[in-house]
Design a protein. Structure first.
Length: 212
């Protein structure tokens, strides 16, 4: 059981290294998200193993208690048979006592071993949780930095689209407006020009009529 985390860590590390080699230049946050999802899945597997160990400990405890009770019972029965000089009963009780006593010892040792394994797994499981939480925090920090970098990149693209003319869009718009204004002014001048010429013609006729 103690090698479970080592195998999990090696497997994840290999997969992540390959993944990052392929994708970190394109989208490092997506690669990190993929790694975190895999790590969460592995954490759930370890959690299930822990739950199985808990159940196994309960079974060992139950079987140990049963075997120990039977051993105690057979020991008392052997004492009674010995006092009554019932050799057949004594032999049976002693044989049964040895069986149950040996079984109880094995079950107790197995229970102690499982308890030790549970402690080791719990310690590493907690460590895994802390590492994952730290990585989630690191991901949030990286996302914030990436957002700022992308925003700056976008703004720089707009403000410095042309390195020689950084405000070319605004200049183009000004020229467009000036062109419209010139056309409007030209049309206005042409319309007023006709009116002025017509007025001069009328004045000339009136002066001619007055003279005649």
């Amino acid at each position: 059981m103690s090698n479970i985390f080592t195998r999990i860590k090696d497997s994840i590390s290999q997969d992540v290294h390959n993944l990052l080699d392929e994708k970190e230049d394109k989208n490092p946050i997506a690669a990190l998200n993929h790694y975190l999802r895999q790590s969460e899945q592995e954490k759930e597997k370890v959690k299930k193993l822990l739950e199985r160990q808990y159940r196994l400990k309960e079974q060992f405890t139950k079987e140990w208690c049963v075997a120990d009770d039977h051993a105690t019972k057979r020991k008392n029965q052997a004492d009674i048979a010995r006092a009554a000089n019932e050799l057949d009963l004594l032999e049976f009780a002693e044989r049964e006592y040895e069986e149950y006593s040996s079984r109880a010892t094995r079950l107790k040792q197995a229970r102690e071993e499982v308890t030790k394994q549970i402690y080791e797994l719990e310690t590493k499981y907690k460590e895994m949780n802390h590492r994952l939480k730290d990585m989630h925090l690191k991901r949030m920090e990286l996302m914030g930095r990436e957002n700022v970098a992308r925003a700056n990149q976008q703004m720089n693209k707009i403000l410095q689209e042309d390195t020689e003319k950084p405000y070319s869009r605004f200049n183009d718009l000004e020229k467009f407006i000036e062109n419209i204004e010139n056309k409007v002014n030209q049309r206005y001048y042409e319309s007023t020009f006709d009116q002025k010429i017509a007025a001069l013609e009328r004045e000339a006729e009136e002066e001619s009529q007055a003279t005649n």
